[in-house]
Design a protein around this ligand. Structure first.
Ligand SMILES: Cc1cc2nc3c(=O)[nH]c(=O)nc-3n(C[C@H](O)[C@H](O)[C@H](O)COP(=O)(O)O)c2cc1C
Length: 306
């Protein structure tokens, strides 16, 4: 591997490299730990947590699309207490930053989860205000500046010194409006993008493929949308950004970093190749080297728009 410094800093959290795995695509790491040492990652965004255990939505809840997938998993998870008791100790065996991802039905639920997770010692809390599959709450917070700000304030009031990263929804007319509201409310970092709402229909039965009718689109198809949104947000607010959406190789990650991201997450690509985070990391180092940079962090914000 070329001699390039891979270390990055995300809102005061130092990671040995900029590659994180995206929430909901890596579970709590058990399965992927059979393929590689989880300490090779910069960070792990754990599966989305709710205050209480959730079964998720009925099947079918994954559908393939050209260059991506639609999912309506619906936040199946064991609940925040079970995460702290069983999953966090497992993740703590590794030299990797642990980012807990949370979804609440009410601002109070976000507050309770933040308090529990901060006390349990996670490295960062990612506040999901955008999951389109949760009937109560989710969509509304991420699509209205005042609601996004409210959740951010509540989270910040309950985390002590643990940084709060707010995960933005792409299902809005102007993502910078939400980014500004969340920044003003005190967020330490932003992550984007979550999935784009989509739908597939079986033309013989006239039924939607997903039992929930619609789902969230992710994978290579969304990369250009993610790059555009990271660029817009980076120009609108001063906060560090974790960029994601369709990353499957170093060049994809480099585009997000040039657009303004300090670090990148890999999600859907893991389903086709569990080693993707490592190839993305090595690809980033290679690109930085070819560009004559001594550190991958020098890619951040380097785009030179026409
Ligand atoms: C099956 C699946 C489950 C997901 N679950 C969550 C979740 O629990 N919380 C969350 O914030 N994002 C969730 N996401 C969104 C991803 O973290 C990521 O933002 C999105 O998929 C775009 O990245 P990608 O194209 O690399 O997958 C999920 C995505 C998929 C495909």
């Amino acid at each position: 591997m070329p001699n390039v410094d891979l270390q990055v800093n995300l809102a005061g959290m130092t990671m040995k490299n900029p590659v994180v795995v995206a929430s909901g695509t890596f579970g709590f790491g058990h399965e992927y730990g059979q393929f590689f040492d989880l300490s090779e990652l910069g960070g792990i965004c754990a599966k989305g947590l709710t205050l209480h255990r959730r079964e998720g939505n009925p099947a079918p809840r994954i559908a393939e699309t050209p260059m991506g997938i639609l999912n309506s998993v619906g936040l199946q998870n064991p609940g925040v207490d079970a995460f702290i008791a069983s999953e966090l100790p497992f993740l703590r065996q590794y030299d990797v930053k642990v980012i807990a991802n949370i979804s609440g039905n009410t601002p109070e639920e976000y507050g309770i989860m933040c308090e529990k997770l901060a006390e349990a010692g996670v490295d960062m809390i990612e506040v999901n205000i955008s999951c389109p599959n949760v009937k109560a709450g989710g969509l509304a917070y991420g699509t209205r500046p005042e609601l996004a700000a409210e959740v951010t304030k509540v989270a910040k009031a309950h985390v002590g010194s643990v940084p709060v990263m707010v995960k933005l929804s792409p299902n809005v007319t102007d993502i910078t409006e939400i980014a500004k509201a969340v920044a003003d409310a005190g967020a330490d970092a932003l992550s984007l993008i979550n999935t784009l709402r989509g739908m597939r229909i079986d033309v013989m039965t006239n039924r939607p493929i997903l039992k929930m009718n619609t789902g969230g689109l992710s994978g290579p198809a969304v990369l250009p949308v993610a790059v555009r949104m990271v660029w817009e947000v980076a120009n609108a607010v001063k906060l560090p950004i974790l960029g994601m959406g369709g990353v499957s190789k170093g060049e994809d990650a480099a585009q997000l970093m040039l657009a303004g991201a300090s670090a990148v997450a890999v999600g859907t690509a893991l389903f086709a190749d569990p080693y993707t985070p490592l190839t993305v990391r090595d690809g980033l180092a290679e690109i930085a080297h070819r560009k004559g940079l001594s550190a991958v962090s020098q890619l951040t914000g380097g785009v030179n728009p026409w």
